[in-house]
Design a protein around this ligand. Sequence first.
Ligand code: G1P
Length: 298
Amino acid sequence: MSEIVRKAVVPAAGLGTRFLPATKATPKEMLPVVDKPAIQYVVEEAVAAGLDDLLFITGRSKRPLEDHFDRNLELEDTLQRKGDLERLAQVTESTDLGRIHYVRQGDPLGLGHAVLVAEDHVGNEPFAVLLGDDLIDPRDPVLPTMMRVRAEHGGSVVCLMEVPAESIGLYGCAAIEPLDDPGVVRVTDLVEKPEPGQAPSTLAVIGRYLLDPAVFDVLRATEPGRGGEIQLTDALRTLAAMGPESGGGVHGVVFSGRRYDTGDRLSYLQANIMLASEREDLGPALRAWLTDFVATWS
Ligand code: G1P
């Protein structure tokens, strides 16, 4: 089995109902974060980590996503003729990223099912899964650490983050045992979106996974769980209980860097403001305006 991780799977078949009506005809992955579609940040993160083979799991009305990562010759031609090379570079940036493939999920049966749809493309190799709702700041990359942990321990690796106790019910939650390696833990159990009082910790699974291909057989045997969906968390729970000889074992990298959640409206707005306020071109004016705005507010 090849140990070099080169493939990334990006589930993008969700309906984006939290952002209706904006997502009626536009995939939620295409909503801009400042001035770039949210999904482009995720693709850039994967490519920066050496994952240049990307598979999007899509569904109906995801054409704009495919168009975004394809050439737009008419636009390129117009910008070229105008001599607007800066904007031309912005347009071609997304086409030159990696080798991008698409497969449709068909029935939306959950995140675990979306990952299972990737099996033919991935084959018998370890692979990464990146969820579009979580943006990881490029200054705090986590995929390289997850790859190191996979190289040292085998099995699968999840990205964990401490969250307030009142938010843990929004995430997969991990029970862990500490290891000597700082920031790395062994995952002993997982619960998808635990009920209040049922969470084994306040360590949430964030949308970055490095999976052993053994996950495919496990997913095939995983019954629908939370919300009636086939949950990736439930498959990881099974993998955590399996031995290394069969591709089992799950470790966690505890991430303490900057992460932006674009999964619901409030955190999406916050992500836009945080990222824009750090930009050289927009930051100074935005910060000054925000300071004035907040002063008149209170
Ligand atoms: C999914 C996973 C959950 C994970 C979360 C991270 O949930 O099922 O385990 O913690 O992504 O963003 P979703 O947010 O898609 O409901």
